[in-house]
Write a protein that binds this ligand. Structure first.
Ligand SMILES: *[C@@H]1O[C@H](CO)[C@@H](O)[C@H](O)[C@H]1NC(C)=O
Ligand SMILES: *[C@@H]1O[C@H](CO)[C@@H](O)[C@H](O)[C@H]1NC(C)=O
Ligand SMILES: *[C@@H]1O[C@H](CO)[C@@H](O)[C@H](O)[C@H]1NC(C)=O
Ligand SMILES: *[C@@H]1O[C@H](CO)[C@@H](O)[C@H](O)[C@H]1NC(C)=O
Ligand SMILES: *[C@@H]1O[C@H](CO)[C@@H](O)[C@H](O)[C@H]1NC(C)=O
Ligand SMILES: *[C@@H]1O[C@H](CO)[C@@H](O)[C@H](O)[C@H]1NC(C)=O
Ligand SMILES: *[C@@H]1O[C@H](CO)[C@@H](O)[C@H](O)[C@H]1NC(C)=O
Ligand SMILES: *[C@@H]1O[C@H](CO)[C@@H](O)[C@H](O)[C@H]1NC(C)=O
Length: 609
């Protein structure tokens, strides 16, 4: 209390911006609330004064958050005001719309403060048609046609304001830009092709796309996140047009660099404004994001065709499209309605099992494919097993997967920025190779913030559309030549390094059972596990993972968690943030960088210091 009053006084006098009484009145309400939270019950209680503040209006609410962020110096002033101005109104809208004794309130506590985390989905049996055609016994083709190649790219995070020579070692989440508050001499100048503290310069994206082109892929999948991580910048009015031009520019870039190859993209959580902002269609708001879907519908039409691009427009960014000349359908889903950090999900006390009908659209598409004897690859941004996926939709998606396991022969995601996989089981209490029914393959990022820039190349069986091999391609950012001419090499070949560890027969695909068996090897062979631990960042940002903090066990547990309810990540409350740097490799999703939860945690840590 003493500390706080002093801080208020000092800050008020130093900044000379507010009259002390008014300043203290609203922001001390927020400070009190933040200070009082120690567990789920106190978090819910603290929502009462926050709700009262929200009822005074969006501006008052956001201003109080900005003041608190500023006076605790949790972030630079531009970051505080930018982020709180954007997200404050959504949080205020949520608080005004819900009862604080509801499940939604508990979930809001989880999203904002890390309390009340639950791994128990609301029980719901997703409506599924019974099989219409007899499922033929799985047969191994005696003669396999020659495989074709598919390239998977993700999380490009292109920063068009990347400035060569700007400070790379700045105080913000994303550097290498000329920020207005930069003073003094540059100590670590940004180089031409990128820096590990910064998002991708366009030159790096160009270089990667040239490398992608050299593989002569049959098609390319892109699992989202075009826009860079400087999520606090510019005003609300400006940003939609900036995001629009970023999305349009990347579409154009893909078009000009990738010739004669269809591209199947999906939307990422950064490809909106504010970041993660995807209101449900039951929400009445002026911040609706139809403009994102319109932009992508127009930009993607040349690859996915007219009908599918219409779906992008009308099914909230999702679509299904056939790969020309094959029996393979790409089902691209907008996973953002299942994302905990999409703060729009907390504005109703009514249980909504299928926001915007994305899961129903999946079922419709899968049913049609089953009837037609086609196979389906699902692509989307956020993998279903992460702690940041809402446990409800993760569970319902898994029900769909169980029903259509013979039709869904591939699932591809991004978002974590890491080279990972997640196995689905018919019985999660009996995790065996025989019970493995699906796998989500997660592509590392182009952005160098979490390891060496990378993409994947799959070798695909033309009859089953199963994966025969995966080549991980990366460019070594610490190699001195990187800044003149990045070279993209095979970092490792999954079949070559993993195959012998599980005695994989030469004709076998990399099936869900294969991935399960690999987790068994990781459990028993630490050398193999440590190899995976190096691969996860393409050798770029290797962190120790052993028995300390149960890191290894948690990481292996997460490989066996296609559903978020099954991962072993413990959300101790982001207020225990200092401890969170340890633990599972999977836990710290790098995609968010600096999010509202991290800022609240920093504020709290400063208060408690
Ligand atoms: C603080 O809240 C009061 C209402 O309680 C409001 O009239 C006032 O404008 C607020 N102050 C600021 C700086 O937003
Ligand atoms: C980056 O800046 C911090 C202080 O802001 C300093 O301690 C560190 O040495 C700098 N690193 C480099 C590589 O310049
Ligand atoms: C920047 O560098 C110049 C020349 O080396 C030096 O004179 C000046 O004092 C430096 N400025 C700061 C703020 O360090
Ligand atoms: C809104 O979502 C519901 C499912 O929750 C879906 O049935 C409906 O088609 C959607 N409407 C629009 C306009 O997208
Ligand atoms: C990247 O290059 C540096 C410098 O040449 C080297 O030390 C490092 O081992 C390389 N990393 C990888 C993953 O090849
Ligand atoms: C997985 O391991 C089991 C048991 O060791 C074995 O029977 C099965 O063939 C393996 N499957 C694959 C795909 O490696
Ligand atoms: C453990 O894994 C390493 C490769 O990472 C391999 O060389 C070694 O043969 C494996 N050991 C056993 C006992 O399988
Ligand atoms: C990890 O799990 C294994 C098997 O479940 C267990 O034997 C081991 O003690 C666990 N290690 C730690 C550090 O908890």
């Amino acid at each position: 209390m003493h500390f706080r009053l002093n801080l208020l006084w000092i800050s008020t006098v130093a900044l000379g911006l507010f009259t002390p009484r008014v300043f203290a009145q609203n922001s001390s309400q927020v400070l009190d609330a933040l200070e009082s939270m120690v567990d789920c019950a106190t978090c819910l209680l603290a929502l009462v004064p926050l709700q009262a503040l929200a009822h005074l209006g969006n501006d008052i609410f956001s201003d109080a958050l900005i003041e608190v962020c500023d006076l605790t110096q949790a972030e630079d002033a531009d970051v505080c005001s930018g982020l709180m101005t954007r997200l404050g109104p959504i949080i205020a809208h949520d608080l005004r719309s819900i009862s604080i004794v509801s499940q939604t309130a508990a979930r809001l506590c989880t999203a904002l403060f890390g309390f009340c985390a639950s791994k128990t989905p609301n029980p719901f049996t997703f409506p599924l048609p019974s099989p219409e055609v007899p499922i033929l016994p799985a047969s191994t083709p005696t003669t396999r046609g020659s495989t074709f190649k598919v390239v998977h790219i993700s999380d490009v995070h292109i920063d068009r304001e990347y400035t060569v020579g700007a400070e790379a070692n700045c105080t913000k989440n994303i550097c290498c830009r000329n920020f207005a508050d930069d003073t003094g001499n540059v100590t670590d100048p940004a180089q031409p092709f990128g820096n590990s503290k910064c998002d991708s310069p366009p030159s790096l994206a160009d270089s990667m796309l040239e490398a992608v082109n050299s593989f002569n892929a049959k098609f390319i999948i892109f699992t989202g996140d075009v826009v860079e991580g400087a999520i606090w910048l510019t005003t609300q009015e400006q940003i939609p047009s900036e995001v629009t031009s970023d999305l349009e520019d990347f579409n154009t870039e893909l078009l000009s660099k990738i010739t004669n190859t269809p591209i199947f993209p999906s939307i990422g959580n950064h490809d909106s404004n504010p970041v993660n902002s995807f209101p449900r269609n039951t929400t009445d708001t002026t911040l609706d994001v139809q403009w994102v879907f319109d932009t992508q519908s127009a930009g993607w039409k040349q690859w996915i065709g007219k009908d599918s691009s219409n779906q992008v427009d009308h099914i909230s960014g999702s679509y299904a499209a056939s790969v020309p000349g094959t029996d393979l359908v790409i089902l691209s889903v907008n996973t953002q309605y299942w994302y905990r950090q999409n703060l729009w999900l907390y504005d109703s006390d009514t249980f909504q099992p299928d926001p915007n009908g994305i899961l129903s659209f999946m079922v419709e598409t899968l049913q049609a494919a089953e009837r037609a004897g086609q196979k389906v690859w699902v692509i989307g941004h956020i993998p279903l097993g992460k702690a940041d996926t809402v446990e409800d939709q993760s569970n319902y998606y898994d029900q769909i997967l169980q029903r259509y396991k013979h039709t869904i022969v591939g699932q591809f995601f991004g978002h974590s920025h890491k080279d990972q996989f997640e196995v689905a089981y018919s019985d999660y209490n009996d995790q065996t190779a025989a019970n493995a029914v699906g796998v989500g393959l997660i592509c590392p990022a182009l952005t160098p913030t979490s390891g060496n820039p990378a993409f994947k190349v799959y070798d695909v069986d033309p009859d089953t559309f199963g994966i025969m091999d995966i080549f991980f391609i990366s460019a070594n950012i610490t190699d001195p030549d990187f800044q003149y001419n990045p070279t993209w090499d095979v970092y490792y070949d999954a079949r070559e390094v993993y195959g012998p560890l599980v005695d994989l027969p030469s004709t076998s695909e990399l099936t869900p059972a294969f991935w399960h068996n690999l987790t068994e090897v990781f459990m028993n062979n630490d050398t193999a596990f440590q190899m995976f631990n190096t691969f996860i960042s393409r050798g770029g940002a290797v962190t120790t993972c052993d028995d300390t903090d149960n890191c290894k066990n948690t990481t292996i547990c997460d490989m066996r968690a296609f559903r978020s309810q099954n991962n072993c990540d413990v959300d101790e409350g982001s207020f225990a943030l200092k401890k969170r740097s340890a633990g599972s490799l999977n836990e710290a999703s790098e995609c968010e960088g600096i999010g509202i939860k991290e800022i609240f945690a920093k504020i709290r840590n400063k208060l408690m210091a």
